[in-house]
Design a protein around this ligand. Structure first.
Ligand SMILES: CC(C)(COP(=O)(O)OP(=O)(O)OC[C@H]1O[C@@H](n2cnc3c(N)ncnc32)[C@H](O)[C@@H]1OP(=O)(O)O)[C@@H](O)C(=O)NCCC(=O)NCCS
Length: 458
């Protein structure tokens, strides 16, 4: 291993530095320069070999994992989250409002990092920086090292997700290693008007929290969150909305993912994680067959001239929920107007020219690992669906047909909004994965999934 005499410090929850030889030893191990560094040795192996090792580590891992259920969470100590203005697990909240009062002054200087690391505000207008972010996320964002698929974020997707109207560069918060400038951590926020029950607030959506695999379990996440929070506070905003697969204090709502195979043959071929098809291929193909063409008259891709109509349809629809975002015209244009391989939106225009339906789904791409035939896989994620009609089933079936014709292999949706009405009818199956919604510095009663009208793309 590496030299254990080097100076050793580690971050405490308040952002200060504290000595810890054991931790420093681990951090030194991460550094790339030493010839006997195990990570250098690992890097020198072929990708296939690395994946085999990763799979073995994953299978035999006994390391600490965060709770995935509320029951597990009750026995977990949240060293960081217990210091934050978020509701405590188990509290029965009946009031609405901020948890911490706004501080008069916001800390001027960035939070301290361990020696050898620096903050870097990422300039996403630079294609080099954008590619660095793609690399960090594509190699480190996928939670499960199942050795089957890995996320594959494109530069276009990241620009869409991170640069909506009024985005700020300082909210694209990167963490680099001083020695080689490698990007090893990231957290971002984008502004949004969010409605929680009766309150409308300007806040941020937090996205793409990611720490390099070699830097895990070193308490970098609390520093990233604190630093982003400081930068958000500097702009006068005090609340945030975010989602996570893990249980933290305290979910506002807990939702489930549902999946609908569009290309069952390929999904079964690659052994797509979480796919629950208890039937053979022949039956699956027959059972999941979709019509060749759509049924709804007037259904077509959204264009620029539909922005106002879509805006008004979404606005009316959002009033049905207890958690939703209120999009401006510019935001509707940004988040919904179709972009190749990023976002698809379809509308239905009535004979009177008024839009009666909008459905949008964003694209998650995956790289398929170690497969002799398939190299990539595309998932469509339901983002918005709004209609003046009462039953969405036929329209959603059309959305599946369109997604399939656009080359998607699977369609995923959360059981938010009124989605439960069509999920089973359209042969979606519920997955094991949950997604929990959180608000930072805001308390209010919990919300059932059908009253959540907000989907946050990664
Ligand atoms: C999420 C991730 C950054 C956590 O890193 P880590 O090295 O496991 O955790 P750290 O040692 O840095 O920090 C631990 C603290 O972060 C918190 N934390 C972990 N994951 C979190 C998440 N997704 N959101 C908020 N806080 C999180 C933990 O609860 C813990 O605080 P606690 O003591 O109060 O429980 C890392 O696992 C990662 O990059 N994963 C892949 C991408 C991903 O899943 N991102 C999250 C999307 S929501």
């Amino acid at each position: 291993m590496t030299d254990s005499n080097s100076s050793d410090k580690t971050l405490t929850e308040d952002g200060s530095l504290k000595r810890s030889k054991k931790k420093q030893k681990k951090e030194d191990a991460w550094r790339p320069e030493g010839p006997r560094d195990p990570f250098v040795m690992l890097d020198s192996l072929s990708e296939k070999k690395q994946q085999e090792i990763q799979r073995a580590l994953h299978l035999f891992s006994t390391g600490p994992t965060l709770p995935r259920t509320l029951q597990q969470a009750r026995g977990h100590t949240y060293r960081f989250w217990d210091t934050q203005p978020v509701p405590r697990l188990g509290d029965n909240i009946t009031t609405h409002g901020p948890i911490a009062e706004a501080e008069v002054s916001v800390r001027e200087e960035p939070f301290s990092l361990p020696p050898g690391f620096s903050w870097d505000t990422l300039d996403l207008s630079s294609s080099t920086v954008l590619m660095e972010l793609c690399t960090l996320l594509n190699e480190n964002y996928t939670e499960e090292d199942d050795n089957i698929v890995r996320s594959s974020f494109s530069p276009e997707y990241l620009q869409w997700a991170l640069q909506p109207p009024d985005w700020l560069p300082q909210w694209h918060c990167g963490l680099r290693v001083d020695a080689n400038k490698k990007l090893v951590g990231f957290i971002a926020a984008v502004p949004a008007d969010v409605c929680v029950y009766e309150t409308r607030r300007r806040m941020v959506q937090v996205k793409f929290l990611c720490v390099h695999k070699k830097l895990r379990l070193k308490r970098m996440t609390p520093v990233l969150i604190r630093e982003l929070n400081r930068r958000v506070n500097q702009q006068g905003l005090r609340q945030a909305v975010y989602t996570a697969a893990v249980v933290l204090p305290t979910p506002l709502s807990s939702c489930r993912y549902w999946h609908r195979p569009l290309n069952p043959r390929k999904l079964m071929d690659v052994n797509y994680p979480g796919l629950r098809l208890n039937m053979n291929l022949h039956r699956a193909v027959k059972f999941l067959r979709l019509p060749e063409v759509t049924k709804t008259k007037g259904l077509r891709p959204m264009t620029l001239k539909d922005v106002a109509g879509t805006h008004s349809l979404l606005k009316t629809n959002s009033s049905r929920f207890q958690l939703s975002s209120i999009l401006s015209l510019q935001e509707v244009e940004h988040w919904l107007l179709p972009r190749e391989n990023v976002i698809d939106t379809y509308v239905v225009e009535g004979d009177d020219g008024i839009l009666t339906y909008v459905v949008s789904f964003y694209c998650s791409s995956f790289r398929v690992l170690n497969h002799p035939v398939h190299t990539d896989l595309r998932a469509a994620h339901l983002l918005h669906v709004a209609s003046s009609a009462t039953d969405l089933t036929d329209l959603m079936e059309d959305a599946l047909v369109l997604a399939k014709s656009r080359g998607f292999d699977i369609f995923s949706a959360l059981d938010v909004m009124e989605n439960k009405d069509f999920l089973e009818k359209l042969k979606f199956s519920v997955s094991d994965s949950s997604l929990h919604y959180y608000l930072y510095n805001w308390m209010c009663p919990t919300i059932s999934p059908d009253k959540v009208g907000l989907v946050l793309p990664n």
